[in-house]
Design a protein around this ligand. Structure first.
Ligand code: PLP
Length: 441
């Protein structure tokens, strides 16, 4: 007998009957069915092919179905499919070694988790235990995951119905296009955002602040690349007050920005780095915390009060080793950088020049956002419901898009080709034209 009943419509039928979906009211959902994928494309149950310019949830850096990663998972499954975290295991050690080889000097250990939220959860716990302090300062435009402290550290609407954890404070980071600081230049925005952060640290009482947590490049909150000097300035503030700096590289890490870590482009070294998504492109759930020697030493003779049954799961570890080796050997990170610089960045700017709906194009590598506005002078955001309608129009033309608020995030796999970018740009162009007819008249 076939392992699966593949009748047309069956996947959707079962989904509607039995699957409880994330971040949604359940009535009225009608998700598309995805059957398989290769590289930057996925195929639905009718055999229709789509360009995946969402990289699913911005995690598919190496593309769908990479044969080497698939083979590594299959091989590891035959050897040992699971092992408790207390044992030594070669795949786990090699995964940590590969990850550390891309981290700045001074990082020595990796604590593996099941994904990004628990990576941040444990990084916050480490910072609290290391400092003996409680408060975490994070940013209004941020997402850090859906667990206790991680969701309360999050800046967007998802925090508010989940606000059970204490000891969290939020600040505004730099974002010149929608400046909270009345700034007109990047330098002004940077200086004022740093001043605001330091004043909040002082007002909260520096001796109560354990950590400053931020995304190196803000992802879901709008693809906000920090201005030069901002992140080194945050590190200086952290040092001045004995605070642990945690950089969340869950979305930005492992090639998305065109470098192995986004922090490589920002002259900053944090105390802790959190990762997930791109480390193995999500082929098996995995994430973790990369510890500097300083934080790691805190737990040399003191128990670290945290752990997970699947910490360092062998299938995840084998997929990390294979994904990182394939990315290095195939120049995947270099491809992301080149595409951003020579193809996607210029292509999106050309679109913006033709389309008044595009207020700003920003990004780097394969990490871009189109900030959509009804009026370029007031920068009034296009309503989110209109952007959701644009996502449906993009899908109808064969492109899977990632949208958030008034933005389309252009986030293909790091392996995307020039031809695929050209196809995508033509689809965005058509959908923007239609939306402009509807919204701008
Ligand atoms: N941090 C960032 C920056 C993210 O973008 C995400 C997920 O989108 C997370 C953390 C949470 O990761 P996960 O969904 O694997 O728990």
């Amino acid at each position: 007998t076939a392992p699966q009943d593949v009748r047309a419509g069956r996947a959707r039928e079962l989904d509607r009957a039995h699957i409880f979906h994330s971040w949604s009211a359940q009535a009225g959902l009608d998700p598309m069915t995805v059957v398989t994928g290769r590289g930057c494309e996925v195929v639905d149950e009718d055999g229709r092919t789509y360009l995946d310019f969402s990289s699913q949830l911005v995690n598919l850096n190496i593309g769908h179905g990479h044969p080497r990663v698939v083979a590594a998972i299959q091989e590891q499954a035959g050897l040992l499919a699971t092992v408790a975290p207390g044992y030594a295991n070669l795949a786990r050690g090699e995964a940590a070694e590969r990850i550390l080889s891309h981290a700045p000097d001074g990082f020595t250990k990796v604590f593996f988790t099941n994904g990004g939220a628990d990576a941040n959860e444990n990084a916050i716990r480490m910072a609290r235990l290391h400092t003996g302090r409680d408060k975490v300062i994070s940013f209004y435009r941020s997402y850090h995951g859906n667990t206790g402290a991680a969701i309360v550290a999050t800046g967007d609407w998802r925090r508010v119905p989940n606000e059970y954890a204490r000891g969290h404070v939020h600040v505004f980071g730099p974002f010149l296009y929608r400046s909270e600081f009345w700034a007109s230049t990047e330098a002004e925005e940077c200086e004022r955002a740093l001043h605001h952060l330091e004043r909040v640290v002082q007002a909260e009482g520096p001796s109560s602040v354990a950590a400053i947590l931020l995304e190196t490049v803000v992802g879901t909150g709008g693809v906000l690349v920090p201005p030069p000097g901002y992140l080194p300035g945050v590190r200086e503030i952290a040092d001045r007050y004995g605070i642990v700096l945690i950089l969340d590289e869950v979305m930005a890490g492992f090639g998305r920005t065109g470098s192995w870590f986004a922090l490589d482009q920002h002259d900053v070294v944090p105390h802790l780095i959190t990762f997930a998504k791109g480390v193995n492109s999500g082929y098996v759930p995995a994430g973790g915390v990369i510890l500097s020697a300083e934080i790691s030493a805190t737990f040399d003779d003191r128990v670290f009060p945290g752990g997970l049954t699947y910490s360092g799961h062998p299938l995840a570890m084998a997929s990390i080793v294979a994904a990182l080796d394939a990315m290095a050997e195939e120049g995947v990170v270099e491809n992301a950088a080149r595409i951003g610089e020579d193809v996607l960045g210029p292509g999106l700017r050309t679109l913006a020049a033709r389309h008044p709906l595009v207020g700003e194009v920003r990004g780097t590598g394969v990490f871009w956002a189109l900030d959509l506005v009804l009026d370029r002078s007031t920068r009034e955001p296009v309503p989110a419901a209109e952007v959701v309608a644009m996502r449906a129009a993009l899908a109808a033309r064969g492109l899977l898009a990632f949208v958030a608020d008034n933005r389309i995030h252009v986030v293909p796999p790091c392996v995307v080709t020039d031809q695929e970018v050209a196809r995508a740009l033509a689809i965005y162009d058509e959908v923007l034209t239609d939306a402009e007819e509807r919204l701008l008249g």
